[in-house]
Design a protein around this ligand. Structure first.
Ligand code: NDP
Length: 293
């Protein structure tokens, strides 16, 4: 193996420690804790785990967490009414509605109802537009975490060839915007791209957000490239248990890359740390305090 392993857990712990320092400063100045409201509709087990982790990390950062668990048969109107209450609640700085929502609820209507200045997930079209035009807003946590890992690994990104594989609203598209803002030359590949391998072979930076285990092969990677693997795929292991793998063939890619994130322990921990950071930023903006770095 030649690649440096990018330790997402360590980077995330350092970011959470910086956020906790910022929270202490906020509490001293504002006389209250930054508050994050997390809304979970239904019983999806993976979502329940994510929400528990987010609530625990919120408390560990010294912030107030407000968990709202609603039954799976909650109506769109009831959920929208809760969002309205949270928008109006001065103790709530950030609102996160855990996705996916049950099929009978119109996800777009719910996400666009969140006050853009409390939209710490960065999914509201106003924040999408702010990111695209270079205005201050909220950037989705996963691509923000990827960018932080790249900046910490490479420093200046200007002029580098970046290939993002995947074009979802949650990961691929905002990742491409962030890399463009860093003056990378950005290519976005997707399911209709004719020869994904040919694009990846040119890349100094590869971000894989596809959702297919080991989709990116080791021999696609340019020697010395930085590889960020966003994928979280549950697979059956030979011993009958379950394991998590990324979208990149880790062993193959690590033999040629300059740096690579592991799965688990790469992008995943950064996502939650960035949620904490976005919540602190939201709180600081709402009381006009100086923003944390
Ligand atoms: P989506 O399913 O929304 O998007 C997947 C993207 O991959 C689509 O744009 C799709 O293209 C593209 N794609 C699918 N097949 C191919 C192919 N054969 N060749 C090229 N591109 C292809 O997934 P997400 O973006 O939400 O998530 C991607 C992965 O990241 C998943 O494994 C998910 O679990 C993980 N994830 C991890 C997070 C973390 O915190 N680490 C957070 C969020 C997601 P098209 O648009 O044409 O269909």
């Amino acid at each position: 193996m030649t690649a440096m392993i990018i330790d997402g857990k360590a980077h995330a712990a350092a970011l959470r420690a910086r956020v906790a320092d910022g929270v202490a400063g906020f509490v001293a100045a504002a006389g209250r804790k930054p508050g994050l409201a997390v809304v979970l509709v239904g019983e999806d087990p993976a979502s329940a785990v994510y929400v528990r982790t987010k609530t625990r990390m919120t408390a560990e950062a010294g912030m107030a967490g407000f968990e709202h668990r609603l039954p799976a048969d909650t109506t769109s109107d009831d959920l929208l009414a809760l969002v309205d209450r949270l928008n109006a609640d001065d103790t709530v700085d950030g609102i996160l509605v855990q996705l996916p929502l049950p099929a009978h609820i119109d996800e777009r209507r719910v996400l666009t109802r969140i006050d853009p200045d409390k939209d710490v997930d960065g999914f509201h079209p106003v924040n999408v537009g702010r990111l695209a035009t270079g205005l201050h807003g909220f950037v989705p946590c996963t691509p923000l975490g990827c960018l932080m890992l790249l900046r910490a690994t490479l420093g200046e990104l200007s002029g580098l060839e970046a290939v993002v594989v995947g074009r979802s609203n949650i990961v691929g598209k905002p990742m491409a915007q962030l890399l463009l803002q860093q003056s990378c030359t950005v290519t976005v590949a997707h399911s209709r791209t004719r020869d994904v391998a040919a694009h990846v072979r040119r890349a100094d930076i590869v971000v894989a957000a596809v959702g297919i285990p080991h989709f990116i092969k080791g021999d696609w990677i340019k020697p010395g490239a930085s590889v960020i693997d966003v994928g979280i795929n549950r697979i059956a292991k030979e011993d009958g248990g379950a394991g998590l793998v990324g979208d990149v063939d880790f062993a193959g890619a690590a033999a040629v890359a300059g740096a690579i994130t592991p799965v688990p322990g790469g992008v995943g921990p950064m996502t939650i740390a960035c949620l904490m950071r976005n919540t602190l930023v939201a709180a600081c903006r709402r009381v006009c305090a100086a923003e944390p770095e």
